[in-house]
Write a protein that binds this ligand. Structure first.
Ligand code: CUK
Ligand code: CUA
Ligand code: CA
Length: 633
């Protein structure tokens, strides 16, 4: 995978930047620079950035003019956002607001974002598990899906524009935690775990009757974002995973006891992992072998013990992460309160569902002891696994085949190495490691504590995401990366899968703002050329273009109490020339990237002169890109 520097110095890129700056300056003066519209080259698309030092070890250094080799998608945890990080440099490239309001781009301010967020937009979210859609076990660059534990939702991010386009409330459960995608034949299903146990229905009765508490496993359709079925389970649900054949999903349960407090969840020596047989579930849905609950139309199947849809595999103790190996053969549950991880073989799960194996524990082919607090496991595609040890503050590298041999009684040492991380790792993730293309180059350890690794930032410390070279026999720590709270999980994918799919300007027929453009059309407005005010009673629609450095309208007049909708269309065709539209003292700010239309609606409740101005520094005359809203008393 490693290669020579693809774009030394990259003069073409520099020329392009100069050209675009000139072009926009010329636009201001009303000049036409014919023949100057040179397109930017696909800088770096041809080969990986130089990441190999003379010694053959990997480096995190990405010099100016070169691009990172990997895209990282970081969950933003309780910030509610997803972040795009370049790897190996570990530089944050962009943020994608999802469940959180964001005033940089007006997420939660614009009408377009409010349509995605829905009418009861609860501010904030808690996202843990970003996963990209796959086709036959390979990332396909279409979508990233992400859970919201705080409001029981699942969101989808379009990878072509890196914007969230759908958010779905999951009924009948509370707190979506584990989330994974169907790998084969494609995504397909998005699997989502309801973590907490609640009474059904959860309407104020049975508050203390904890025997009636329950939760469910949910499957969404990744194309429509509808919840298509749910399976009632015993115990609770923590993390989830899917196989490489499209037959199964599997979830860990740490509260098989049905406990309502910490000691209550730690009674049993073994909890379990529950396997969901997708074909059997689909057949039952087809047959009508389900019920629905309350106003929800989602088919709910009974997958508790004794069901033919599910298999409960006992796992010690309060297991947490669950991770399928990229060879498609195994899945590993991480013991948390047990120093072990449990390796199950998918083909034995086949046998168990077929009745050829009687004891679900016979699906277990290894149970290596690794250290204290195993939480999550990642893979290098060379037969090795890497497990985070939360309590030991280490990552254990171990060999799967040797662990299986040891389980069968052979005298082999499956443990390859332990490396100290700083400190208390949760997830770890390898480059391409959750796909068939696991390339065994990088591992990121997402450490919950940074303690002494960075300059003090007050009582709240950043997390510490450490970059580890796993390309050789031994793991080598390469870099510390401070991050704002709190990434739980990441995915790392090679840029070749995405770099040509990401748009540099919006298509004019993009569905994200199609409704706004349709409204303009009803008003007889061509948003690409018209700057006009349309009044319908107390509703005022203000349409304007933006082209560096002027808005299509220098002022507009409304009456106090009017409901005002401002619609701005960026007609600059120049890459990277985004505008913003902010009305001073009115709580309105939105981003309008090249080719986009954005709108915001508010009540003009204060009379007077209120300047609007551009918030993205777009031009030498950016400060002058402004106008006045005149609100008559
Ligand atoms: S969980 Cu946070 S460290 Cu929500 Cu994937 Cu394990
Ligand atoms: Cu447009 Cu600044
Ligand atoms: Ca337990």
């Amino acid at each position: 995978q490693s290669g020579p520097a693809a774009e030394p110095g990259n003069p073409a890129r520099r020329n392009f930047m100069k050209t675009s700056a000139l072009a926009s300056l010329a636009g201001a003066a009303g000049l036409a620079l014919a023949g100057c519209g040179r397109k930017g080259d696909q800088a770096g698309a041809a080969g990986p950035a130089k990441a190999a030092s003379a010694a053959g070890e990997l480096s995190d250094h990405v010099p100016p003019g070169q691009l990172d080799e990997y895209y990282g998608f970081w969950s933003g945890g309780q910030s509610g956002e997803v972040r795009i990080v370049g790897v190996p440099s570990m530089r944050e490239l962009m943020r994608i607001p999802v469940f959180n309001p964001d005033f940089t781009i007006g997420w939660g301010v614009t009408n377009e974002s409010k349509r995605v967020l829905g009418p009861n937009f609860p501010p904030g979210g808690d996202c843990h598990h970003p996963h990209m859609s796959q086709t036959d076990g390979h990332y396909d660059g279409r979508y990233i899906f992400i859970n919201d534990k705080a409001h029981t939702r699942v969101a989808r991010i379009r990878c072509d524009v890196m914007r969230c386009d759908r958010i779905t409330d999951v009924p009948n459960v509370q707190a979506i935690h584990g989330l994974r995608v169907q790998r084969a034949p494609r995504t397909g299903y998005v699997f989502a775990n309801g973590e907490f146990l609640i009474p059904a229905p959860n309407d104020g009765r049975d508050l203390e009757d904890t025997k009636k508490y329950q939760t469910m496993f949910s499957a969404l359709d990744g194309d429509t974002m509808e919840v298509v079925w749910q399976v009632l389970v015993d115990g609770n649900l923590d993390n989830t995973e899917a196989d490489y054949a499209g037959k199964y999903a599997i979830s860990t349960c740490y509260n098989s006891e049905g406990g309502m407090d910490l000691p209550g969840t730690m009674q049993a020596e073994r909890d379990w992992a529950v396997v969901f047989n997708i074909a059997r579930i689909e057949a039952a849905v087809k047959k009508g072998d389900f019920k629905t609950i309350g106003s929800s139309k989602v088919p709910v199947l009974d997958g508790r013990h004794g069901s033919s849809f599910t298999l409960y595999i006992p796992i010690p103790k309060n297991p947490h992460g669950i991770n399928a190996s990229p060879d498609g053969k195994y899945v590993v549950a991480n013991g948390k309160l047990s120093p072990t991880v449990t390796v199950m073989e998918w083909s034995r799960i086949d046998d168990c569902f077929a009745g050829k194996l009687k004891d679900p524990r016979d699906t277990v082919v290894a149970e290596p002891e690794l250290g204290l607090g195993p939480l999550h496991t990642a893979y290098d595609g060379r037969g090795n696994a890497y497990t985070t040890l939360f309590i030991d503050s280490q990552i254990a590298k171990w060999n799967i085949a040797d662990a299986i041999a040891a389980h069968a009684g052979k005298k082999v040492n499956y443990l390859r190495q332990k490396i100290d991380v700083a400190y208390q790792p949760g997830h770890c993730h390898t480059s391409m490691g959750e796909t068939r293309d696991a390339d065994g180059r990088w591992l990121v350890s997402l450490n919950k504590f940074s303690k002494d690794r960075f300059l003090p930032t007050g009582p709240l410390h950043p997390d510490n995401d450490q970059l580890i070279d796993i390309s050789g026999e031994t793991m080598k720590l390469v870099a510390d990366g401070p991050v704002y709270a709190e990434p739980h999980d990441v995915i790392l994918l090679h840029r070749r899968l995405l770099i040509d799919k990401v748009k540099k300007s919006w298509d004019r027929d993009d569905p994200f703002f199609a409704e706004t453009v349709a409204m303009a059309k009803r008003h007889g407005i061509n948003v690409l050329s018209d700057s006009k005010v349309i009044r319908e009673g107390r509703k005022v629609f203000v349409y304007m273009t933006s082209a560096a450095p002027i808005f299509g309208m220098g002022s507009f007049t409304v009456k106090k109490g009017d409901e005002v909708t401002v619609v701005v269309t960026n007609i600059d065709a120049v890459e990277d020339v985004s505008h913003g539209f902010c009305i001073v003292n009115y709580g309105i700010n939105m981003e309008i990237s090249p080719g986009a239309t954005a709108s915001a609606t508010f009540t003009a409740d204060k009379a007077g002169v209120f300047w609007y101005y551009c918030t993205f520094f777009c031009h030498a005359m950016h400060m002058e890109m402004s106008g006045r809203m005149l609100v008559e008393a």
